[in-house]
Design a protein around this ligand. Structure first.
Ligand code: RAM
Length: 353
């Protein structure tokens, strides 16, 4: 760490002397949050800041990110903030700025609250991008998005419609109330419901927030069950929430069904289309592949291969991606469509992620 500060100081002196290349490399000994230490070298340092610690989904994103960054010969710093809050991420990002990293990829806990710290990072020459959960357009070069927002909203509403038989009460168990990705998906679900009279007999009774904490998600599930005796289904667009709800519903032998976005490795025992299982089917994408794509994106940004502008293309592994309009004044790169996990394929996937 001392050595890192020295390197930052040295870097500033060099910049003041108008020597080229200072901001584009770093020589450091950084401890990653999982305790591993990246080696000292003269190369770019790429950081990933997840939503929070203790969420296996975030760890899988980080694994994919780190694997590609290191395979491509760069240094990697992974930071999992203590809590899924903007404040916790601001602390971490401030520290990354002082360390003089070259790129920061963030899964944002809040769309707008990170703006000033990320603008500071960009002003210091750091390439800023998002994955999984975006900031506003002014606070990023580009967003690496797992799947189209409308597509996820439609997919979840189709599942709600199908599993409930098209009528009755359902609730949403989300992550935090500020989470950009969950809020966008929930809004897309509501737009789908409003756009077609076929959903008119479905009633969304409550959006509850488990804050991507297991115990809080369990408590929120129990509260929904006691508040709404006629509830037919819970839709949890968060891997932490769906896992907690699945356990409550299955342990209690509840007739309330569940769908949403879950990790196959955590949900295998709850997936099945019978009374013994709480979740007939659910969806996700591969979080490791999302991390990998985010790493390729950050690398392309620091190397100047892309700026994040609409229409630019770059290669990630064997695949060529095109940067598109994200519809919020900024741009995005989409990994692919969400994938359905059900009783026929869950055994194949539960050991994959
Ligand atoms: C949780 C997080 C993450 C989201 C997944 C589906 O792990 O909230 O941001 O993408 O669920």
């Amino acid at each position: 760490m001392k050595k890192k500060m020295l390197s930052v100081l040295l870097c500033s002196v060099m910049a003041a002397s108008l020597l080229a290349g200072c901001g584009s490399s770093s020589s450091s000994e950084d401890s990653t949050s999982d305790g591993s230490s990246s080696s000292s070298s003269d190369t770019y340092t790429m950081a990933f800041v997840s939503k929070s610690a203790g969420n296996p989904y975030n760890e899988k994103e980080a694994e994919g990110f780190q694997e590609i960054v290191e395979a491509e010969g760069y240094e990697c710093i992974i930071q999992h903030p203590e809590e899924a809050t903007a404040e916790a991420q601001i602390t971490v990002i401030n520290s990354l700025i002082s360390q003089g990293v070259d790129s920061i990829t963030v899964a944002a806990n809040d769309e707008n609250a990170l703006q000033s710290v990320l603008e500071e990072a960009m002003a210091a020459g750091i390439q800023v991008s998002c994955m999984d959960s975006k900031t506003n357009a002014d606070s990023r070069a580009v967003f690496v998005n797992q799947a189209g927002i409308t597509e996820i909203g439609q997919t979840l509403m189709d599942a709600v419609y199908d599993i409930t038989g098209g009528s009755g009460q359902f609730a949403i168990l989300s992550a935090t109330s500020q989470a950009t990705n969950q809020n966008a998906w929930i809004e897309a679900m509501q737009e789908v419901m409003d756009s077609d009279s076929k959903y008119a007999d479905l009633e969304l009774v409550e959006i509850a927030y488990g804050d991507d904490e297991s115990q809080k998600s369990t408590d929120q599930t129990q509260a929904l069950l006691s508040k709404y005796p006629d509830l037919k289904l819970i839709c949890a667009p968060t891997t932490v929430g769906i896992n907690a709800a699945a356990k409550v519903l299955q342990d209690e032998g509840s007739s309330v069904k569940l769908t949403g976005l879950g990790l196959p490795s955590e949900m295998a025992e709850y997936i099945g289309d019978d009374d013994e299982h709480s979740c007939p089917y659910m969806f996700l994408w591969n979080p490791e592949e999302l991390g990998e794509l985010a790493a390729y994106t950050a690398i392309a940004l620091v190397n100047g291969d892309i700026t994040g502008a609409e229409g630019e293309t770059f290669t990630a592994g064997d695949t060529e991606y095109t940067i598109t309009d994200a519809g919020d004044g900024g741009t995005e790169i989409i990994l692919g469509p969400p994938f359905e996990f059900n009783e026929d394929n869950i055994d194949e996937w539960k050991d994959v992620y």
